[in-house]
Write a protein that binds this ligand. Structure first.
Ligand code: UDP
Ligand code: MG
Length: 332
């Protein structure tokens, strides 16, 4: 029999938070009105996270875990969890307790009212650096202007999804996964529940600036082709500027012989400007082409090293057959 609720938590070097996370999540699990499975996804942690996850699985049969063969990134870890979740209702949250598990009953309430996607929207980020808050603020608003779908601002991956939605998400073959965008793209009835984002419980932020920047570029490129048009606009602008310059030069030649604007400096500036525009455009083009290349290669999204607690193994995305220990855990 499949559980009613699946909770998915991606974990990357979170040994300091796991015990507290489990304590708080378990309190919520006990309150929910149906069977719950807690899916912990180890995203190639290098600390004791996996050992702790194994321990929780031994101690509580509702805890299942997946262990990816290396660090594949948050979005892929969540995707792996979604592939394996069996619940009627699936909830995704972060391991660092920035997404309070106690909000889950409120998300469930909205689901009971008939919503298929209930996303948690932050009204405040407590004690996150000004730089992170500022960049997040700007990014979400730029994305909303440029994206083809309406991606709500200030929402992360903390959400509840109905089985129907998860099935659609799982069927999307796209490899550059920007889950919060795909979730909006899918449609269905969606609603928000507002919450205050707590500070991280312990440990370092696992989303380095580089990873956050990568995620942001991915979101933009996956959901908008406007940046491609930018080079067209820049090209048009440069062309207009050139025509204006030509007329100005003719005008100066005729009426102001010896004008200061005809020296090397202006030529150098023009060359640099055009060089910059061209490199910038090629860079944007590259972002799209690189993603096309990624999609075409069609590698599996992740490789799985270990899994436990899943009595039935869904279509493995891993290229090789499940290893012995995996089969053993499946027989249980
Ligand atoms: N995470 C992950 N793989 C990564 C980076 C992060 O699975 O490569 C997990 C991490 O363990 C946490 C969640 O993703 O559960 C969010 O990470 P973090 O709190 O560092 O980022 P934030 O969203 O708060 O900036
Ligand atoms: Mg966090």
């Amino acid at each position: 029999m499949s559980p009613k609720y699946s909770l998915i938590i991606p974990i990357y070097n979170e040994e300091e938070t796991i015990a507290e996370l489990y304590r708080r999540v378990r309190a919520v699990m006990d309150r929910l009105d149906g069977a719950v499975e807690l899916i912990l996804v180890n995203d190639g942690s290098r600390d004791r996270s996996l050992a702790l996850m194994r321990g929780l699985h031994e101690q509580d049969g509702r805890v299942c875990y997946l262990s990816l063969a290396r660090n594949f990134g948050h979005q892929v870890a969540v995707t792996a969890g979604l592939n394996f979740a069996r619940g009627q209702v699936v909830v995704v949250l972060d391991a660092d307790l920035q997404d309070p598990p106690e909000l889950i009953p409120q998300l469930v309430e909205q689901w009971q009212l008939g919503f298929d996607v209930v996303y948690a929207q932050r009204i405040q980020r407590k004690r996150e650096g000004w730089f992170k808050r500022f960049t997040a603020y700007v990014f979400y608003r730029v994305l909303q202007r440029l994206a083809d779908v309406d991606i709500p601002t200030d929402t992360g991956d903390f959400c509840l999804m109905d089985r129907q939605v998860v099935d659609v998400l799982n069927a999307i073959p796209e490899r550059n996964r920007y889950i919060r965008g795909l979730r909006s793209w899918i449609g269905f009835r969606q609603t928000a529940v507002l919450f205050e984002r707590d500070p991280r419980f312990a440990g370092e932020v696992k989303y380095t600036f580089r990873k956050s920047f990568g995620l942001a570029v991915n979101g933009l490129v996956s959901f908008s082709t406007v940046p491609l048009r930018l080079s067209t606009y820049l090209g048009l602008f440069a062309a207009c500027a050139a025509v204006v310059m030509a007329f100005m030069v003719i005008y100066w030649r005729l009426f102001f012989p010896g004008s200061p604007l005809t020296g090397y400096a202006i030529i150098a500036a023009a060359v640099f400007f055009l060089g910059a525009v061209q490199l910038f455009s090629i860079g944007i083009l590259g972002e799209y082409i690189g993603r096309i290349y990624d999609e075409v290669k069609n590698r599996p999204l992740y490789t799985l090293a270990e899994a436990a607690g899943f009595t039935e193994f869904p279509t493995p995305r891993s290229p090789r057959t499940p290893p012995e220990q995996l089969r053993r855990s499946l027989d249980r």
